[in-house]
Design a protein around this ligand. Structure first.
Ligand SMILES: C[S@@+](CC[C@H](N)C(=O)[O-])C[C@H]1O[C@@H](n2cnc3c(N)ncnc32)[C@H](O)[C@@H]1O
Length: 210
């Protein structure tokens, strides 16, 4: 993804610790210890945050955490929160490679991966958020009845992810290649998803459990 530099993003992030945490390598955040809700749902690579902001608005009893590694992107979600605060959404400017520093084991109820970068080159396979390396981290952090929700427009990445998830092994409890045609499955669109929908591209989605 090409990123635009957003002037003042770093400063804004620093000035709003009530809405956003800026993770530094080595920080053991263990965020779940500061929440008072029974359920915690996390989106990894949330971009500008439309999806998780809407989920948090619609589900006040769930604590949401939106993780995104780039200041210039996450600042858009921060601006939304400054304008209309929500007490059940925390933003985390961080790289998902350090996921085990953010929460305690068995503390999460759901992980969302939404239009994650596909990293198509073989030599970058380990960076894919559905590589076994990441699945292992989700398994550590999710409660026994927790689940993983993954959606993408990218067919080869979806195929790779199905294989990776099944061979881990995890159990796939829902799978579609046409999410927008399934009126029985609730869906909130991300920014990327809206763009793909306008281009009439189909969207793949799966839900899986350990
Ligand atoms: C293709 S965008 C999708 C954004 C959003 N989920 C959507 O659907 O509109 C992927 C996002 O994931 C973020 N990302 C990729 N790898 C990440 C990582 N290791 N940790 C945190 N964020 C990551 C990127 O910076 C980018 O904003």
């Amino acid at each position: 993804m090409r990123l635009r530099h957003v002037k003042g993003a770093k400063e804004k992030i620093k000035n709003h610790p009530e809405f956003i945490i800026d993770h530094k390598k080595g920080d053991r955040l263990l965020l779940d210890e500061q929440f008072n809700k029974d359920k915690i749902h996390v989106e990894i690579g949330m971009g500008k945050g439309q999806f998780i902001y809407t989920l948090a608005q619609n589900n006040p009893d769930i604590q949401f955490v939106g993780i995104e590694k780039y200041d210039s992107v996450i600042v858009r979600a921060l601006e939304k929160l400054i304008e209309e605060p929500l007490d059940n959404l925390l933003l985390l400017r961080a790289d998902a490679n350090f996921l085990l520093d953010f929460f305690n084991e068995n503390s999460l109820d759901r992980v969302y991966l939404t239009f994650s970068d596909p990293w198509p080159k073989n030599r970058h396979e380990k960076r894919r958020l559905t590589h076994h390396r990441f699945l292992k981290m989700y398994e550590t952090l999710l409660k026994d009845d927790g689940d993983l929700h993954f959606k993408t427009d990218n067919d080869p990445f979806f195929e790779y992810s199905v294989e990776s998830i099944e061979s881990y092994p995890m159990t796939i409890t829902y799978l579609t290649h046409n999410l927008h045609d399934d009126s029985n499955h609730p869906n909130i669109m991300t920014e990327f998803e809206e763009k793909f929908k306008k281009l009439n591209q189909h969207i793949n989605k799966l839900v899986a459990e350990f």
